[in-house]
Ligand binder design. Sequence first.
Ligand code: DLL
Length: 429
Amino acid sequence: MQNDFFSAEEFTDRQGNGLQTAIRHAYENSPFYRRVFDRENLKPGDIKGPAGFAKVPFTTKNDLREAYPYGMAAVPLDKILRIHASSGTTGKPIVVGYTRADLDCWASCVARICEMAGVTEKDIAQVSFGYGLFTGGFGLHYGLEKLGATVVPFSSGNTERQLALMKDFGTNVLVSTPSFAIYMAEMARELGYEPRSFGLKIGLFGGEPCSGAMREDIEKQWGLRATVNYGLTEVVGPGISGECSHTAGMHILEDIYYPEIIDPVTGKVLPDGMAGELVLTPMFKEGFPVLRYRTGDITRLIPEPCSCGRTTRRMDYITGRSDDMVIIKGVNIFPSQIEEVLAGFREVSPHYRLVLKKEKGFIRDLEVQVELTPEGFSDSYRELEALEGRIRQRLRSTLSLGPRLKLLEPRSLERTTGKAKRIEIREED
Ligand code: DLL
């Protein structure tokens, strides 16, 4: 679609106008932002260009939590057509509401992401994200429909039936979390099917990190081309960025979402290419607008143009969340570092879990639990011990700390049909 090919000047112009629209709408219609601007003694007219925009305070997850349920609304509730919410594993969920224009814009964004990934109106796409308050199911559904693809709105769960219908309906595009795609392949084999025989062509994966090893595994097992896409409830849901067929980072829909990367500690805006926390401003959101939302996701903006010719900047894969960082014995660790080490061993599967023991608020102990692959599993104690030693050594040199390691039999960790749960915290007093 033509918006992905704007020239740099066109983007600058559009973003300048878009940011002005967002600021004015928030200031004039959102009691929350009116208070923020008044507190800072800021008026929309004072904010000019990117340097001026940096004066706008960040919005955090906490702000949205405190606004539960409707405190972020900037339109009367009768203009809200749909509500979604984050799962809210801790504290209150975060609620977002969409006007008709918001829903149209969202569907167009998701359609663009799907088209970029190579999906066409000839395809049959099975949506295996949950339909409900989670934005994944409905978000992809309406985007794919807008594109003209045939949608199979299966939702999550019921893996056996999911596989049976996939075969019968001739589904060729799978829409799910990457971990569910791996689980489905495992299940297909258990049921006696060869995953490649399903004829899947493209995977649209999102909602959680997809490491290089996971992507390789999915592509090899299903014989499809995997693409990843990114989004979050607080900003809109899926449809913020996604990969084109060159699969080298996710193009941000920059004419709709204004991205910044900041140093998570100082809040300073960082130049393209440097890793930090992603901050997003949706420029045309009416219902529940947010300005400079701190996503918590660590990534970088890729300065080089993509060989596909699109001029929208790409964001790199998420390497962690600023609130996922584990500090243990004074060492900072991101789960993605552990995943990378594990991915280097063909004897272990992509299924792992980090068990953190907390004592009086501090993490005292980290145990890495990882499943062996059926080929990596051995009856020989000596072989397993040698493997354990090699993994442990690699973990120690990467993390500067030696966590405990537990090798598990194949298929012993619980599978999920949505986002994988990688971290378990055990509180001890
Ligand atoms: O997961 C929205 C979504 C649904 C995106 C389906 C793509 C596909 P939330 O439940 O609010 O929304 O979770 C958002 O999930 O801040 C990231 O930490 C993580 N996340 C989402 N996509 C990716 C991705 C949806 N491609 C949170 N890579 C975000 C890594 C991702 N992390």
